[in-house]
Design a protein around this ligand. Structure first.
Ligand SMILES: [Zn+2]
Ligand SMILES: [Zn+2]
Length: 412
């Protein structure tokens, strides 16, 4: 079995891995980079320039399949540019969320390309026997993969974390892989970073409750990713506990509606929908189901401003636009990666609002990475999805670390 990282050996995001054996090949993830070479947010219009240099993905495709680990753009973002005939294997959650994310894109992955896979499912593609394992991450229904071929075994961790109430999925992965692992492609987002102590989703909920219990006269904005269903739930529960009303937008309502699992929807008791009409998302969503659907759960700017301390409102661009002249006295709860806040175009920079940060990373801390490595005892650990591949050797002293450059091929 041969393996190369087409992209992502030296950066967080943009991951793309090729595995080949006996005249067949599969790709794991085909993501859009998060940053360009100057460290600025990657401009999606330049996506074509970033396509992996792998002819088998395009005009005369010979790649057998693409496995998608989860619904973050740095993992699926370039799949739409690959040949229609290549199937894409992903979990139900990843398929649903990717389709929703791409609804505004010009190039999107056709729904017919997806093949749904489940936790612990074993499936065969050419000479490869693949097992999917659920992992916990900030994208719902994320997966790690075990790939076997030619008597060798490789594990791709994908993006994952291992703490909090969903820790059982990590334990399942530890229990599930019992054979000799020849290579572990291990994400290292937290390696060498500043966020050392990995907090749990339960910590987030507790901190939100404490913050919302504080006396505050103005409106509270909350910044989080609409697709981070776990975070939505934490905020919702904190609002219930503190008797606040959570105001979402049609996009969030749409995601919740599409969600099969038990999750509060737009018509829950303490949820209201602020029906901004002019956002691109709303235009598409209102075609699918009409605005009157929200009925008595709709709320207007006027109603919100009559009693602002009662509400926690989703912090989306088009929502804050509606309040931009009335931000004084507002509070912002930043519940996503702190790095976004430091970006120069951040909306809240320089605004006269109270800012409080409550977040837990979607990525494993060093202790969890070590736990995985110690259990799997891989022949080699190959760094991926990290800014600091050089630090792996220091951290995983008991293991052999093989640092691959982008496109460098290794034989297992
Ligand atoms: Zn990622
Ligand atoms: Zn991710």
């Amino acid at each position: 079995m041969k393996l190369s990282i087409l992209r992502g050996s030296l950066e967080i995001g943009g991951s793309c891995v090729k595995i080949s054996h006996d005249g067949h090949a599969i790709i794991i993830d085909m993501g859009l980079p998060l940053y360009d070479k100057d460290g600025k947010n990657f401009d999606k219009r330049k996506a074509r320039e970033m396509l992996p240099d792998e002819p088998g993905l395009y005009k005369q495709p010979y790649i057998d399949a693409i496995l998608l680990s989860h619904s973050h753009q740095d993992h699926y973002g370039l799949i739409a540019y690959s040949a229609e005939s290549i199937p894409v294997y992903a979990s139900k959650g990843s398929i649903d969320l990717t389709l929703i994310s791409e609804m505004l894109e010009k190039f999107k992955i056709s729904e017919s390309r997806f093949r749904m896979i489940k936790d612990k499912q074993v499936f065969i593609i050419g000479p490869f026997e693949i097992t999917a394992y659920s992992v916990d991450h900030s994208a719902y229904d994320s997966m790690a993969f075990k790939v076997k071929a030619g008597g060798k075994t490789l594990v791709y961790s994908g993006d994952f974390r291992a703490n909090g109430q969903r820790n059982w999925v990590f334990e399942n992965l530890l229990k599930g892989v019992n054979e000799q692992v020849d290579a572990l492609l291990l994400e290292g987002t937290m390696i060498g970073g500043t966020e050392r102590q990995n907090r749990t989703e339960e910590n987030v909920e507790d901190d939100l409750v404490k913050e919302l219990q504080k006396e505050h006269k103005g409106l509270t904005f909350i910044s989080f990713s609409s697709q981070n269903i776990g975070r939505f739930r934490s905020i919702y529960r904190a609002c219930v506990k503190t008797r606040k009303t959570f105001i979402i937008d049609p996009y969030q309502a749409y995601i919740l509606e599409k969600w099969p699992i038990s999750m509060p929807k737009y018509n829950a008791n303490n949820i209201k929908v602020y029906c901004v009409k002019n956002s691109n998302h709303s235009k598409v969503i209102f075609k699918d189901y009409k605005i009157y659907k929200f009925g008595k759960n709709k709320i207007s700017v006027k109603e919100i401003l009559e009693n602002p301390e009662q509400y926690v409102i989703i912090d989306h661009h088009h929502v804050r636009e509606a309040f931009k002249k009335k931000l004084e006295g507002s509070r912002v709860i930043w519940s996503m990666w702190e790095g976004y806040l430091k970006q120069e175009n951040n909306y809240w920079a320089g605004k006269n609002v109270e800012m409080c940060k409550i977040h837990a990373s979607g990525h494993a801390d060093v202790a969890a990475l070590k736990k995985l490595a110690d259990k799997l005892k891989p022949g080699v650990i190959i760094p991926i999805h990290t800014n600091n591949p050089c630090k792996y050797a220091d951290i995983f002293k008991k293991h052999k670390v093989l640092k691959l450059a982008d496109k460098e091929e290794t034989k297992l």
